[in-house]
Design a protein around this ligand. Structure first.
Ligand code: RIB
Length: 308
């Protein structure tokens, strides 16, 4: 089972021709309001990819919170670990321009109360995997990763968003670190790395771990993965992009699901890249996330990952 610890939001998505400048008012056409949040998105992606998945986090006692819970339930993601906070459910306003690029502002709300204590030791076993991001309090995420690592539970951190260095001891116990190209450079800055290229940044981060795999997603350029022994690059799927929001989350969720299923690193990278590409064809973070059979059907559309 994959245990996802992270944020649940409701996303208000507004298509815009161009992003507004400071002080400018622009008028958008219809908006959509959908479940989002990096944790919830990744749980949805992993669940749709065919792996038993549980989501742990907090929502408010409000209509948005009930929507978040019902949404996961409708897709068979276990939500019994989601607790209620006194704060309002997290909310994100997302602008998507004509090229499918986005700008996002998240109001964290109930996500600020997410706690590692919501996850009992009993399920942090070698049979399970913990998948985390940085949209809930970092200390809680790192506490959970430390506990999980000590108990032999596999650990994945999608360091998004990046605001500080990752603690050294967490890098030592972590199995997989996933960042996008912007976050990789932010991490390089916070860790004072000498590296300038994405490959070198990933190599330096891997050197800080014990048996760490570092994956850098690069949007249309695909993704690269560095382990202590191997380096791989995987291309991206060519699709008509409508909205890239949540594509990184889809990559993380499907990659974790694939690893959990026992797939190799290159196979997991390929499945994640195919799924992330497919997810960009529809407006909204979760709407376009593919199910297992759809990923299978498109695996032949992407060439195999190459070893560097
Ligand atoms: O990664 C995309 C997500 O970031 C959105 O769903 C939004 O809620 C923000 O958390």
């Amino acid at each position: 089972m994959i245990i996802v610890f992270g944020a649940l939001n409701v996303d208000i998505v507004m298509p815009v021709k161009e992003f507004p400048k400071p002080g400018e008012t622009i008028v958008s056409e219809d908006y959509i309001s959908r479940s989002g949040g990096k944790g919830s998105n990744q749980a949805m992606a992993a669940g749709r990819a065919g792996v038993k998945t549980a989501m742990v986090g907090k929502v408010g006692d409000d209509a948005f919170g009930r929507r978040c819970l019902n949404n996961l339930k409708s897709q068979s993601v276990l939500g019994t670990g989601i607790a209620i906070s006194d704060r309002p459910t997290g909310c994100a306003t997302i602008w998507v321009d004509h090229a499918g690029e986005n700008m996002v502002v998240v109001s964290a709300g109930a996500n600020l109360d997410a706690s590692a204590e919501q996850i009992p030791d009993e399920i942090l076993t070698e049979k399970n995997m913990v998948l985390t991001q940085l949209e809930v309090p970092h200390d809680e995420t790192y506490t959970l990763l430390r506990r999980a690592g000590e108990k032999g539970c596999r650990t994945v951190l999608n360091a998004s968003p990046v605001t500080a260095a990752i603690p050294t001891d967490v890098l030592k116990i972590l199995d997989v670190l996933i960042v996008n190209d912007v976050e990789a450079k932010q991490l390089a800055h916070h860790h004072k790395l000498a590296a300038k290229t994405l490959e070198d940044i990933a190599r330096e981060l891997v050197d800080k771990g014990e048996n760490l795999t570092c994956i850098v997603t690069m949007g249309a350029k695909g993704a690269l993965a560095v382990t202590p022994e191997e380096e791989w690059v995987v291309p991206s799927l060519k699709v008509d992009v409508v909205d890239t929001t949540g594509a990184g989350d889809c990559f993380c969720g499907v990659f974790a699901a694939s690893l959990e299923n026992g797939d190799t690193l290159p196979d997991s990278l390929k499945r994640a890249s195919v799924a992330a590409g497919l997810s960009c064809r529809v407006l909204g973070a979760q709407a376009g996330m593919p199910f297992e059979d759809e990923i299978d059907a498109h695996m032949g559309d992407l060439s195999a990952p190459q070893q560097l």
